[in-house]
Design a protein. Structure first.
Length: 365
């Protein structure tokens, strides 16, 4: 076995996923998820809102997130009854706090100090994966499609893998074509933000609240006309774009909160469905992964919109929908450690294959 640990905290910002992976077989051996501490979550919320954020507070948050990433690694090792010496390296995505590739100077920033993680775990860390792709003219995201190809490399069917995190992204896999993928639009981020504002809940469990509402058709039409939704691929976007501030520009006083929630659910479902239906070849099966997989209302709506396509959780083929992205960063870390370039040209638009990430080695005394 060749053991790596992947760490992922996605655009939902709801916690840290840690995956122990045998990269020689792309097999998940153990996975755990820890929520952020109240202090770190509050600091991140203030940062995203631009609420009195200083350079010092951002630097401190970088260290605090690094500590929490390290804590989850050490907990994973304890539960798996392993030591640091058993692990080849950690692949840490970090926590994205801003990402925009449509401006004059594209940028991406993930917090979670890799030096801190390496020091507190005693394991070499690979981090800062997205910057190299950005420098090479790519979108810096999504990376998941390249790993989806590794997992679905033995069939001739035309499938799509849709990751529904804070932001949704899609992968199209066809044995006769290069792998393709891009960010679609909001996944859970708007639904999570709206229910937090209205009811104080972190998320709409199973889509139960949304199910009580009605779709506001004029609002849905307006949301679907957003410039990112209608822009050409390749494309990527950060959670900070689809914020409550963005949403409020579209809202009217007479809209009921529960109806807005149902409309946001429909917005996520419709953008996914439109992406699938606009694909030049008929997709046979869609596999869903990410936190949105557990939203039964979303799953039901997608099946209503895509009646001729099988919509399934990726769990049905034995792959964890919750730890897939963390597994990917374990695999990416192995590519970096072994100096293997990754070709994202048909996904992000990168100009050439590249070795992604920077290595933060353990100091051996």
């Amino acid at each position: 076995m060749t053991l790596y640990i992947g760490l992922m905290s996605g655009t939902s910002m709801d916690g840290i996923d840690a995956a122990l992976v045998d990269v020689s077989k792309n097999t998940l051996l153990y996975g755990i998820t820890n929520k952020y501490s109240d202090e770190v979550k509050a600091r991140m919320d203030r940062l995203l809102k631009g609420d009195g954020v200083s350079l010092a507070s951002m630097c401190q948050l970088n260290t605090l997130i690094g500590r929490e990433f390290a804590y989850v690694v050490n907990e994973l090792l304890e539960k798996a009854k392993l030591s640091a010496s058993d692990i080849s390296a950690i692949g840490s995505h970090g926590q994205t706090v801003c990402h925009n590739t449509s401006c004059d100077i594209p940028y991406t920033l993930q917090l979670g100090c890799a030096h801190t993680i390496s020091t507190l775990t005693g394991i070499t860390v690979v981090a800062d994966f997205r910057t190299r792709d950005l420098v090479l003219g790519g979108q810096g995201a999504p990376f998941a499609p390249i790993y989806h190809r590794k997992l679905f490399n033995d069939g001739n069917h035309h499938i799509a893998v849709v990751n529904v995190g804070g932001i949704s992204n899609v992968t199209f896999i066809n044995a006769n074509e290069p792998i393709r993928g891009w960010d679609i639009g909001p996944g859970n981020c708007l639904m999570d933000a709206w229910i937090m504002k209205q009811q104080g809940d972190d998320y709409d469990a199973g889509g139960a609240w949304a199910q009580q509402g009605k779709i506001i058709v004029p609002l849905l039409d307006a949301l679907l006309s957003d410039s990112f939704i209608t822009s050409a691929v390749p494309k990527s976007i950060g959670k900070e774009y689809f914020s409550l501030l963005w949403l409020e520009d579209y809202l009217k006083e007479e809209y009921k909160a529960v109806d807005v929630q149902k409309t946001l659910l429909a917005f996520t479902a419709q953008t996914i469905a439109n992406t699938i239906l606009n694909e030049r070849q008929q997709v046979e099966t869609i596999y869903l992964c990410g936190g949105g997989t557990h939203n039964l209302a979303l799953l039901h709506m997608l099946r209503e919109l895509l009646t001729k396509i099988s919509v399934k959780s990726i769990a049905e083929v034995g792959i964890s929908p919750d730890y897939l992205e963390a597994m990917m960063f374990a695999w990416l870390a192995a590519q970096t450690i072994n100096q293997v370039p990754v070709d994202l040209s048909t996904i992000t638009g990168s100009q050439q294959p590249a070795i992604l990430g920077a290595i933060y080695p353990v100091t051996k005394i």
